[in-house]
Design a protein around this ligand. Structure first.
Ligand code: CTP
Length: 408
């Protein structure tokens, strides 16, 4: 969102305190944010909080000469990439329906030519009221976008629909509206996390993958308008909203889930760290140390190499296949050679190669640095967050998908 100019309109509801976190999230994503508040919003949160966090003057009074000179009640909407209103109260939405412009938020919306996103929050009965529902329909018919409200425990102590969506979710909806929708109409199957190969009912052989890279890829595809099936090994991460999550444990389960879903995929990205071996025997009850002696032996057998299977079995050139090569070498030339070998051996279109031996990248880290290797050459992606790496991979994949056109 670097360079995006966002107007955050704050309505007068108790959820206004959450718009402070939304502001922080938007600023963190690189946006320049101007805050406009209704009079009633100021009862809930002080404008100084928004001013400090946005680094910009806050628009609170239509008739303050200084503010009008600094911001201008019409100019606040000029040049805005998007207006997001959080919380959008029942009253505020009713005023938007009527086309009123009697406060900094409604006047910004009336003068806007950019997309407007509303995050409603109110009591469940106010939300369900026919007047509010009709207002929502009218605003949606005028092209405004909505995120939430969510179900849950409300500030008024009722339980039901009316909670402001979480700030991270609203920020994601903003990012989605501002992103190129180059994955619209595309379905991407992504594997994530590590697998667990059982030894007995309580023990397993596993690896250090957390799923961060695969989940970042899933989030990035959704942001760019695509559909995602995410086949995930055990992970503590929350699946991004809008993805179809298939949870698995073992390499065999992951293989079945991917084979079942591959038909509808335009591209498959194997970000998972799949076990290459599993114990030949899985004990049905807990193994006891006195029965195992001092140096027990575990006999292993190969698992199916899912990516190689996908490469060998694909008909024509669909779906596009992206593999990862997690290597423990810091020598870029050696890394490239290993990646090229995997590209050929597993018959895929792209290998994302990275060095997992450095502590600032790879497994469990929030960052990575990768080489994108295809038959046409390679491209270095410097150390960046896994979200940024995900978008770099998708940029590359998007070009390949565009060149191929729609899947028959
Ligand atoms: N992979 C897979 N099925 C397996 C093992 C790996 O689909 N049983 C996929 C991974 O998801 C990744 C790619 O293959 O996209 C490379 O995995 P990696 O572990 O780096 O390589 P291996 O093929 O296992 O080879 P090696 O262990 O010799 O490095």
């Amino acid at each position: 969102m670097a360079g995006a100019k966002i107007v955050l309109g704050v309505g007068g509801g108790i959820a206004a305190y959450k718009s402070v976190e939304l502001l922080r999230g938007l600023v963190k994503l690189g946006a320049e944010v101007r805050v406009a508040m209704t009079q009633s919003a100021r009862h809930f949160v002080g404008e100084l909080t928004f001013q400090t966090l946005s680094g910009q003057p806050v628009f609170t009074d239509m008739f303050d000469n200084q503010q009008d000179a600094d911001i201008g009640h019409i100019r606040v909407a000029d040049g805005a990439s998007l207006i997001v209103i959080a919380p959008a109260t029942a009253n505020l939405m009713a005023r938007l329906v009527a086309g009123m412009a009697n406060d900094p938020v409604t006047s910004a919306v009336l003068a806007a030519t950019c997309p407007v996103l509303l995050a409603p929050a109110m009591n469940v009965n106010m939300w369900n009221n026919e007047a509010t529902q009709r207002n929502v329909e009218t605003l949606a018919a005028r092209g405004m976008y909505f995120v939430g409200p969510d179900q849950g425990f409300l500030a008024c102590k009722w339980i039901g629909q009316g909670r402001l969506s979480e700030p991270a979710e609203i920020a994601e909806a903003v990012a989605q509206l501002l992103s190129a929708q180059d994955y619209a109409g595309r379905h991407v199957l992504i594997s994530a996390g590590g697998t667990e190969e059982a030894l007995d009912p309580v023990r397993f052989l596993g690896n250090r993958s957390t799923g961060k890279m695969g989940y970042a890829l899933a989030r990035a595809v959704v942001r760019r308008g695509g559909r995602v099936t995410l086949v995930s090994g055990p992970s503590t991460l929350e699946a991004p909203k809008g993805v179809q999550l298939v949870s698995v444990r073992s390499a065999a389960q992951m293989c079945d889930a991917i084979v079942n879903a591959r038909q509808k995929a335009d591209a498959i990205i194997m970000a998972a760290a799949v076990a290459d071996f599993r114990p030949v025997q899985v004990a049905t009850s807990k193994l006891k140390k006195h029965e195992l002696g001092n140096s027990p032996t575990i006999v292993l057998e190969r698992t199916v190499d899912i990516l190689a299977k996908l490469g060998a079995e694909r008909e024509g050139s669909w779906p596009l296949l992206v593999g990862f090569a997690a290597e423990t070498t810091s020598d870029p030339t050696a890394l490239l050679a290993l990646a090229r070998k995997k590209l050929l051996a597993k018959k895929c279109d792209l290998i994302v190669a990275n060095d997992v031996s450095a502590s600032d990248r790879g497994f469990a880290s929030d960052q990575n640095a990768v080489q994108l290797v295809s038959s046409e050459g390679h491209e270095d992606v410097a150390l960046a967050s896994k979200d940024e790496i995900a978008h770099a991979i998708l940029d590359r994949l998007s070009r390949e998908l565009q060149a191929k056109g729609p899947r028959a």
